[in-house]
Design a protein around this ligand. Structure first.
Ligand SMILES: Cc1cc2nc3c(=O)[nH]c(=O)nc-3n(C[C@H](O)[C@H](O)[C@H](O)COP(=O)(O)OP(=O)(O)OC[C@H]3O[C@@H](n4cnc5c(N)ncnc54)[C@H](O)[C@@H]3O)c2cc1C
Length: 390
């Protein structure tokens, strides 16, 4: 048994947005928390880097909308604690055909949850957003709560506040071995630690960390390319001109999303919500073959619908998604080791929800009753997960 002074209340593996918010909640509740990150911070090798993310309440599922209420409050609280702006409200414009089932469900959910929104006819769209051109009878749904989170800034602020609250953040320390038990022992390339509870938020590396613990989750890691497109007239798609975030639910099998020009002045960020399968260790290796012709899809979208942007992108950046089969998160305890908690599978939409994800992972790790119904997030929902994987 470790000497009391060497025993952490909790160790969190992975200082992306989910691990950092988990450590934040643990530190807030006066727990001795150690946040371990394999790379030196800040880094751009996982899923949480980059300057911006969309925040919105426009979801099909009531449970995400309910979680978002608290998320907005916690993001605002973090802004106050860090003394810096992390969020800008821009509204979010969803675009699609009137009969699009997803658009109809989102609108019904926003109405049911009494979230401020507006339905726009093709004529309204043309009048309100002359820089967007849709000629096929598409309609708009404006989520008034939509906006932009300043991602890199948020992560920096969060890690600063964790330290201020007494938490410890150790970067450049890759976890190489976990020995379950009470306490659980965690070995990094540098030293060994012990804790009452362990939270694994390793993003695209989750299955690598879990495999030696006898579990493999149905996660698919995708390489996502993010593109920036130059405005023909500077400012026309910018945050300062009140241009909104957009989400197009069009003909393509996956969303196309856009964020107003802000981080790179004069450039609007537009991406495709899908990518090629990739091993996280090989994310930046040159590819000879791509299953997903994202740049062609996006060039076509920009040419057709965003007439004020240059038709070819100026900048490409890379990031990763870790998708589950149903695109809902995994927030649960390890099926065999009750003091090992897993947060994974954020499926390309987890940043905005991290304040509540972190709270739930904190509650699971401290064996507190969870604040939200965790049924949609349980590992057991994957009935195809064979015993061999557990
Ligand atoms: C291009 C792009 C656009 C997105 N847009 C949005 C958006 O608009 N809105 C939204 O809400 N979400 C968005 N997302 C999703 C969101 O960014 C992710 O869901 C979120 O960042 C996932 O965070 P994470 O902490 O799980 O993963 P990560 O950020 O990858 O963190 C995991 C960390 O664990 C570390 N780690 C792994 N193994 C070990 C080990 N053995 N030892 C120590 N450390 C380890 C890794 O180095 C990494 O830092 C987007 C994602 C991408 C890629």
């Amino acid at each position: 048994m470790a000497a009391q002074k060497d025993l952490w209340d909790a160790i969190v593996i992975g200082a992306g947005i989910q691990g950092s918010f988990t450590a934040y909640h643990l530190a807030k509740h006066s727990k001795r928390v150690l946040l371990l990150e394999q790379f030196f911070l800040p880094h751009s090798r996982g899923s949480s880097h980059g300057q911006s993310r969309i925040i919105r309440k426009a979801y099909q599922e009531d449970f995400y909308v309910r979680m978002m209420d608290e998320c907005y409050q916690t993001w605002a609280q973090l802004e106050r604690e860090a003394g810096t702006q992390l969020h800008r409200q821009t509204e979010l414009l969803l675009l699609g055909m009137k009969e699009n089932p997803e658009l109809k469900t989102i609108q019904a959910t926003l109405s049911r949850q009494r979230i401020e929104h507006e339905c726009l006819s093709p004529a309204d769209l043309k009048q309100r957003f002359p820089n967007i051109r849709f000629t096929g009878g598409e309609v708009g749904l404006l989520d008034k709560t939509g906006g932009v989170l300043y991602a890199d800034k948020a992560l920096r602020a969060l890690q600063h506040v964790i330290r201020q609250l007494g938490g410890t953040v150790c970067d450049g320390e890759k976890v190489v071995e976990i020995t379950p038990g009470l306490p659980v022992t965690v070995k990094t390339a540098l030293r060994s630690y012990q804790a009452n509870t362990l939270v694994i938020t390793a993003g695209p590396w989750t299955n690598r960390v879990l495999r030696p613990l006898g579990i493999e989750l149905p996660l698919q890691t995708l390489r996502i390319n993010v593109y920036y497109w130059r405005e023909k007239v500077p400012g026309s798609y910018s945050v300062s001109q009140a241009f909104p975030c957009i989400l197009s639910l069009g003909q393509d099998p996956h969303y196309i999303y856009g964020l107003p020009a802000s981080e790179y002045p004069g450039l609007m960020k537009i991406g495709y919500h899908h990518g090629d399968s990739v091993d996280p260790e090989e994310r930046d290796c040159p590819t000879t073959f791509s299953d997903i012709q994202d740049v062609q899809i996006l060039c076509h979208f920009v040419r057709e619908h965003m007439p004020g942007l240059q038709p070819e992108p100026d900048i490409m950046e890379r990031c990763m998604y870790t998708n589950t089969p149903d695109k809902h998160f995994i927030l649960d305890c390890h099926p065999k080791y009750g003091n090992i908690v897993i947060g994974a599978g954020f499926s390309g939409h987890g940043f905005k929800l991290a304040p509540v994800v972190g709270k739930i992972l904190y509650e699971l790790s401290m064996k507190l009753p969870p604040s939200y119904d965790l049924a949609p997030f349980r590992i057991s929902r994957f009935s195809t997960l064979s015993k061999a994987h557990l």
